[in-house]
Design a protein around this ligand. Sequence first.
Ligand code: AP5
Length: 215
Amino acid sequence: MRLILIGPPGVGKGTQSALLTARLGVIQLSSGEIFRKEIELGTDLGRMAKRYIDHGELVPNGVTIEMMAKQLRADDVQKHGFVLDGFPRTVKQAEALDEIMFEMGIQLDKVVSLEVAEDIVLERLTRRMGCTRCGEIYHSKDKPPHREGLCDKCDSPLFVRSDDQPETIRERLRVFHEKTAPVIEYYARTGSLQRVDASEGPEETYAQICGTYAK
Ligand code: AP5
């Protein structure tokens, strides 16, 4: 399966990608996670990306496309398929992805647009915590860890992302409307877009993505 998950910050792209990976075996390619790893490792790419991420701005298209093209060409990704989380985020990135896939002789199965009201997104982001080691995502109210501040899966400490501050969240939402909403229209024109109401719980959202949802 080759899938794109697209949607505003905090809508649940990472949560759904993790479910798709665990249950269908596809490889999660999260541009945000890859940047955060580079930041942690202190690489040149990480230092450059941090300047944009901490202000809620997008990392420039050139480096982002180059980084994701490399990921898409990896052997395990070609073998198991992928779920793209956070890429493409501009029309330029979507056009570049088309070219990369054309060169590789592969096609997308679908593009899922996760949609939710802005007040829900704000609530989700201000209550999010993530594991420093395995990346498991928590929510202080709806999905709290069993032991405060520690990951249920690997016992490592949890952290709050530096870009989950109210002012930065507002800027990320503004950037989403300006730069990423046109990408949703881009895919709507190709007929491959599936709109999913992501306001219910993770399992209901997952069932909608897989087409097995029953109310
Ligand atoms: P990135 O890491 O991609 O962040 P984002 O798109 O802003 O999305 P988030 O990771 O914040 O949210 P999510 O939708 O994954 O939600 P989650 O599942 O965690 O990008 C970060 C930055 O990197 C960007 O701002 C940019 O600077 C840079 N960047 C990345 N990609 C780039 C690109 N292509 N080009 C240029 N720059 C790029 O869930 C959020 C919370 O809600 C959690 O607490 C979770 O438990 C909870 N939750 C999830 N689903 C549900 C549900 N259904 N019901 C109740 N709670 C839920």
